[in-house]
Design a protein around this ligand. Structure first.
Ligand code: ZN
Length: 394
């Protein structure tokens, strides 16, 4: 680590004549002051100051009296590690990454917007994004298409996907297989088999989009290896993770035991229904990660922003600390690009979300038009990326 107590005392121009010292340079670049710091990676929930220098967190304690170039007043706010969203489509539009950054998202994965044919477009956007990010390649070579990515099985083109990854190994972090009936038809199992063929040759994870599949979920889950991710875990039948009597399928429990991760993927259609979420959470099967399935359209309906998505799980009864874990430390462990992020420990990159936890009456809607009223809403307030305050909201 750089020397942090370096002080650059400067002689005045008059020098020895007056022997006067100029004020010492500030010790820190930024102090985030007085917020309620919720950092599940350290089991920390307390009013703390966070001091930042050289883009990294250098101190976190109840009070840091030293001088900083800039102070961010976080009194009355929640301060968490920067949010990491492992299922977005931020790379679909040029300003996607910046829009997400203003929501507190300091790391993201574009989950299969494009396949081999269009992957260069998403990678170009990812490369210019301000925050760390990677893309998943859709096993359907044409990407997400209205007629269904792999309804025509020839689009699940192993050779084309391998070639695309070979050209972009540093930016492609996994393979996405969308398996619902309207996307893959009866090809779901074969599409997933091919996705694994591609992924395993590069030792990458596969993310499956589950729910409303033709094949039974246990048959699909059997193809998942440790480190793979199941998104849309609260999708209603056919082929939910839970049966009619409220039991999580044994194959789902076994998959979690062998290291398969379960993710929300909020989205806008077919993925989230309150009664299924109630049953799954009641069965004690909590998500590993929360994610938005963000799209430009989702900004105005249902998804809105990541903190809004997190708020739904406060409403559903998950404790704040658990909700924050699912948006910070847990997702940081799923992709190497997020190594050492999702935490506010000293030495970590200073990526921070400042959120306003508002109390009141807030309407939330699931993907089926069902409304529920929550008592709390997390609202993005400010984002710090690599030690720099990058945006502020109301
Ligand atoms: Zn998606």
């Amino acid at each position: 680590m750089r020397c942090l107590n370096r002080r650059q005392f400067v002689w005045t121009a008059a020098g020895a004549a007056t022997s006067a010292w100029a004020a010492p340079a500030a010790k820190y670049d930024l102090i985030v002051k007085g917020g309620r710091v919720v950092d599940p990676s350290r089991k920390l929930d307390a009013i703390h100051d966070i001091a930042i220098a050289q883009g990294r967190i250098v101190a976190i304690q109840a009070s840091i009296p030293a001088e900083a170039v800039e102070t961010l007043d976080a009194r009355g706010k929640i301060v968490t590690p920067g949010l990491i969203d492992i299922h977005t489509h931020a790379a679909r539009i040029k300003d996607g990454p910046a829009l997400c950054l203003a929501d507190g998202v300091t790391g993201w994965i574009d989950a299969g917007s494009k396949g081999a044919d269009g992957i260069d477009e998403t990678i170009a956007i990812a490369r210019t994004a301000p925050q760390p990010c990677r893309v998943l390649i859709n096993i359907g070579r044409a990407g997400i298409i209205p007629e269904g990515d792999t309804m025509d099985l020839s689009r699940a083109d192993v050779a084309a996907a391998r070639e695309a990854i070979g050209r972009n190994r540093e930016m492609i972090a996994g393979v996405k297989a969308r398996l619902s009936q309207d996307v893959a038809g009866a090809n779901d199992f074969e599409v997933l088999r091919r996705a694994q063929q591609v992924a395993s040759s590069f030792h990458l994870p596969v993310m499956i989009h589950m729910g409303q599949t033709i094949s039974p979920l246990p048959k699909l889950i059997a193809l998942l290896k440790p480190g793979d991710i199941v998104t849309h875990m609260f999708a209603p039948p056919p082929n939910s993770i839970i049966d009619d009597s409220g039991h999580i399928l044994p194959e789902v429990l076994a998959a979690r035991r062998r290291g398969v991760r379960f993710d929300l993927g909020n989205g806008r259609s077919g993925h989230l229904r309150w009664d299924i979420a109630d049953s799954v959470l009641r069965a004690g099967f909590l998500p590993d990660t929360l994610s938005t399935d963000w799209t430009p359209e989702g900004r105005t309906a249902q998804v809105i922003d990541f903190p809004n998505v997190m708020s739904k799980f406060l409403m559903l009864g998950m404790p704040l600390e658990r909700v924050v874990a699912c948006a910070t430390v847990n997702p940081s462990r799923l992709f190497p690009i997020f190594h050492n992020r999702g935490t506010l420990k000293v030495g970590a990159p200073a990526d921070i979300a400042v959120l306003d936890l508002r109390e009141g009456s807030f309407e939330f809607v699931d993907n089926f038009g069902n409304q529920r009223t929550g008592r709390q809403r997390l609202v993005p307030s400010a984002t710090v990326l690599a030690g720099k305050r990058v945006s502020t909201r109301a």
